[in-house]
Design a protein around this ligand. Structure first.
Ligand SMILES: [Zn+2]
Ligand SMILES: [Zn+2]
Length: 119
């Protein structure tokens, strides 16, 4: 497949699902609360190394791994990264195992919800 399309689109490039998730979404009861890590909207700046949690179904967002805490929603008209406020899909990505470790959120991960089978 040819994946060579534009980089600055506001749409998710391939919209892959979360890699590491903390829970089934308590809001919509169906999505995965996946950990995303902010990659910043300025490539000349060091990575912020700040994460957030987002449901892949209803796009509820939590600023920490506790999905019982307060949430808000991604603005469908202006999807932006809640950390750096760059474009959501350009300025953050689903966090992998190393990212989650760096965030210190490993304990919050539900291994049964893993999107990768590397255990
Ligand atoms: Zn960001
Ligand atoms: Zn949800």
């Amino acid at each position: 497949m040819n994946q060579d399309h534009d980089q600055n689109s506001a749409q998710p490039p391939l919209n892959p699902g979360p890699i590491r998730s903390v829970a089934i979404c308590p809001i919509c009861d169906g999505g995965l609360c996946g950990v995303r890590i902010c990659t910043g909207d300025d490539p000349t700046e060091p990575l912020p190394d700040r994460g957030f949690v987002m449901c892949d179904e209803c796009e509820a967002v939590w600023m920490g791994p506790d999905v019982q805490s307060e949430h808000h929603y991604v603005d469908a008209q202006h999807t932006e990264c809640p950390v750096c406020h760059g474009g959501l899909w350009a300025a953050s990505r689903w966090a992998d195992r190393d990212d989650v470790q760096r965030l210190g959120w490993s304990d919050a991960i539900d291994a049964g919800l893993d999107g990768e089978s590397d255990v």
